[in-house]
Design a protein around this ligand. Structure first.
Ligand code: DC
Length: 222
């Protein structure tokens, strides 16, 4: 791990993605959604009609290409994912993907495939990476770990205001109870309850913990 990594974990719709984008923009670090990797693989299994018995063999044949440094909404350094040469970005919110991704994420061969690529990113970039196991499994050695949470009601409301129709509580149940790399509060992480905070307040809270660790934001958060 040559670059620095800020790990931001938490359940579905806890605000991880928006907060991580905002923190990455403030620091001019690369934003990475590890969920996009899992959604990309889930989309590929739907595309190819892969059964769970064939998953390990199928994933060993996949080509996952990362395109760096799109400036997302003009502010956040971001990546796009190509699976076998196809840009998966337009597919990540499809209902079939939301319906399969938590099951796909229980498979150790899938997690190993993705974790190797997430760790490789840290060889060349400073990262703000969000997910379910970033501080516990992918980068347990990073000193910058945050765990975001919010009440189930607020999370369900946030999800539906984004137009998503997947069941947050069912995904939380699957993500928290699986045998491999379940969603947990990683050792040493700072827990932030975002139930009564707006986005800018959460971003400011995360950044406030970074100053003593000598990470200096390159621009102020609006
Ligand atoms: O963050 P998201 O909603 O895009 O994640 C989609 C799913 O991917 C989530 O329900 C579980 C899985 N996931 C995971 O198992 N580990 C991660 N680090 C990130 C996501």
């Amino acid at each position: 791990m040559a670059g620095r990594v800020i790990a931001i974990d938490g359940p579905a719709a806890s605000g991880k993605s928006s907060v991580s984008r905002g923190v990455a923009a403030a620091l001019d670090w690369l934003f990475v959604s590890s969920g996009h990797f899992y959604r990309t693989v889930a989309w590929g299994t739907v595309r190819d009609g892969v059964s769970s018995d064939d998953l390990a063999a199928w994933i060993s044949l996949r080509q996952l290409t990362l395109l760096n440094d799109n400036k997302d909404q003009g502010t956040t350094r971001n990546i796009s994912l190509l699976l076998d040469g196809e840009n998966t970005t337009p597919h990540l919110s499809e209902p079939e993907v939301a319906a399969t991704v938590s099951l796909i994420a229980t498979v150790p061969a899938v997690r190993d495939f993705i974790n190797a690529r997430l760790r490789a990113l840290a060889e060349h970039h400073d990262l703000v990476m969000e997910g379910r196991d970033i501080g516990s499994v992918v980068f347990p050695e990073t000193p910058w770990k945050f765990y975001l949470d919010a009440s189930p009601e607020v999370r369900a409301r946030r999800r539906s205001s984004e137009g998503a129709i997947d069941s947050v509580s069912e995904r939380d149940r699957l993500d928290s109870t699986r045998a491999t790399a379940p969603l947990i509060i990683p050792n040493g992480s700072i827990v932030i309850d975002t139930t009564h905070l707006d986005l800018q307040q959460v971003i400011a809270t995360v950044l406030s913990y970074l100053d003593p660790l000598t990470v200096t934001p390159t621009r102020s958060v609006q």
